[in-house]
Design a protein around this ligand. Structure first.
Ligand SMILES: [Cu+2]
Length: 496
């Protein structure tokens, strides 16, 4: 407890106090469940209609907002017209409610419902998304915000931001374009001469050849100075709350207002750099867990990660863009905070300069505000992240542990450390289900890093993640780049 801030301590005490003196709160779980339907909706992207998935409550609310200390009591109904299942990313439910088809529960057939009911002790900016097939790429994603009841009195405007990479193509065609016939691809091939390089047609008639060339070219065009591959999929647009900068969301704010951005990178294969422009903000939480605040205007946000950024707006009228730039690219997305009298200028969808790898552009060395207790690791895994663009195959290897079991086996109660050495030319946002881990070493140097659930392992680098094995079951551990995961970069942490 020594390292808790006073605010956090009061909040924690309040939550614990409420739980111990008022167990009647549990009775709420016997009330009506929140209804969430998996459905479809039509959005407009660059003037064209696109049918995508939706995760909505009966009143149209996208996703779910709740308070820490409440139970996650949800009836999930599948109205998507196809089998699906939703993972509650950032929550630590009992294993059977984690939402991974074939691992924790069967896939949910269309027309059926499944009930969820478990405790949510910790606040945080989280999200929900399909863990089935490629549905995440088609926007089967939504915010899952757990507010801190101790912060209810703060005069802070909450702005929830969900980022996506968007394609008019069928995601299956992207995956097959990546995995089929990539053997001839050479790194550093000149993209500029290729007739497909700048082509953004959406015809499906010439697949998979067209998808293959465009994705390959995209990758080649976005190789950084160190020769690392930054992107392997070519997209048609980048969305902030379903909108592009052609027609961005305008969020009404008051002069001098305190603002809390809850930013969720729900993209399938895109890392972003948060850019507040002239504003300076305080990054207070990553993946929903508090860090020692970092002040700045640019913060990296890898696939599946979340960032809470807080600031006070200037006292006068105005309009302030909150932008997100695609790693290795000039592409921008974002929204605008504007006062009633603020003048909203048209924004360009492209930055003047491409950015490089997000971990090189801005440091990702955060210090946990609520670290794990100091403990010796009872079990340590030396894990290699392996694979390449050509052939398009990715993997997780741990020779000692996996020689006898297919999975990373742990015992209940152990402190576990996993050192991930990235032997590939791409970074990988590695996500462990069911637990929060702490980053305890970077490139072999011990640090008191952030507590989170998704950590970007840079190309050629290594990180060590520590967690307490306190939630028995079989838990997915995987790269959150959707195409890497489906091309082999996944395993499970399993309790003995
Ligand atoms: Cu990956």
């Amino acid at each position: 407890m020594r390292s808790l801030s006073r605010r956090r301590f009061l909040v924690t005490a309040a939550v614990l106090g409420a739980a111990s003196v008022a167990p009647v709160a549990r009775a709420a779980s016997h009330g009506a469940a929140t209804q969430i339907a998996i459905g479809t909706r039509v959005i407009e992207v660059k003037g064209k209609a696109a049918k995508v998935f939706a995760l909505t409550q009966p009143d149209g609310t996208h996703g779910l907002t709740m308070n820490a200390g409440e139970r996650f009591h949800v009836r999930l109904t599948n109205k998507a017209g196809e089998a699906a299942l939703i993972h509650w990313h950032g929550l630590t439910p009992p294993n059977a409610q984690d939402g991974v088809p074939g691992v924790t529960q069967p896939v949910l057939p269309s027309g059926e419902s499944h009930d969820y009911d478990f405790a949510v002790p910790l606040p945080g900016t989280n999200w929900m998304h399909s863990h089935h097939a490629l549905q995440e790429q088609s926007l089967m994603t939504a915010p899952l915000i757990v507010r801190d009841p101790g912060e209810a009195a703060l005069d802070e405007q909450e702005v929830v931001i969900l980022l996506h990479d968007f394609t008019f193509r069928a995601p299956e065609e992207i995956l097959s374009g990546l995995t089929e016939g990539m053997g001839h691809h050479h790194h550093g091939a000149p993209a500029a001469n290729d007739p497909h390089a700048g082509h953004h047609g959406t015809s499906h008639g010439d697949m998979p050849h067209d998808a293959k060339s465009r994705d390959a070219m995209s990758q080649a065009a976005h190789t950084d100075m160190a020769g690392m591959d930054l992107n392997d999929v070519s997209y048609d647009a980048y969305l902030t709350n379903d909108r592009t900068l052609d027609d961005p969301e305008i969020v009404r704010v008051e002069r001098g207002q305190r603002v809390r951005l809850r930013i969720i990178n729900a993209a399938s294969a895109t890392n972003f750099m948060i850019d507040l422009g002239p504003l300076s903000g305080s990054l207070t939480d990553v993946d929903g867990r508090p860090i020692v605040p970092v002040v700045g205007s640019r913060f990296p946000l890898a696939i599946a990660q979340r960032a809470d950024v807080r600031f006070t707006l200037p006292a006068g009228e105005g309009a302030w863009p909150v932008l997100f730039q695609r790693e290795g690219d000039t592409a921008l997305t974002g929204l605008i905070l504007a006062t009633k009298g603020g003048t909203v200028a048209k924004l360009a969808g492209q930055a003047h300069h491409a950015i490089g790898a997000i971990n090189r552009e801005a440091p990702m060395l955060y210090e946990a505000a609520e670290p794990l207790p100091e403990r010796r690791a009872a079990r340590a895994f030396a894990i290699a992240l392996t694979g390449s663009m050509a052939p398009y195959r990715w993997g997780i290897e741990e020779k000692a542990a996996m020689a006898h079991h297919a999975h990373l086996m742990v015992r209940h109660g152990e402190r576990v450390e996993m050192t991930l050495a990235n032997r590939t030319g791409m970074s990988h946002p590695m996500h462990l289900h069911g637990h929060h881990f702490q980053v305890v070493a970077i490139n072999g140097t011990r640090v008191k890093g952030a507590v989170r659930d998704t950590e970007l392992v840079p190309a050629g680098g290594s990180v060590t993640l520590a967690f307490d094995a306190d939630n028995p079951g079989k838990w997915m551990f995987h790269c959150h780049n959707l195409y890497h995961m489906l091309s082999g970069m996944m395993t499970q942490v399993e309790y003995l």
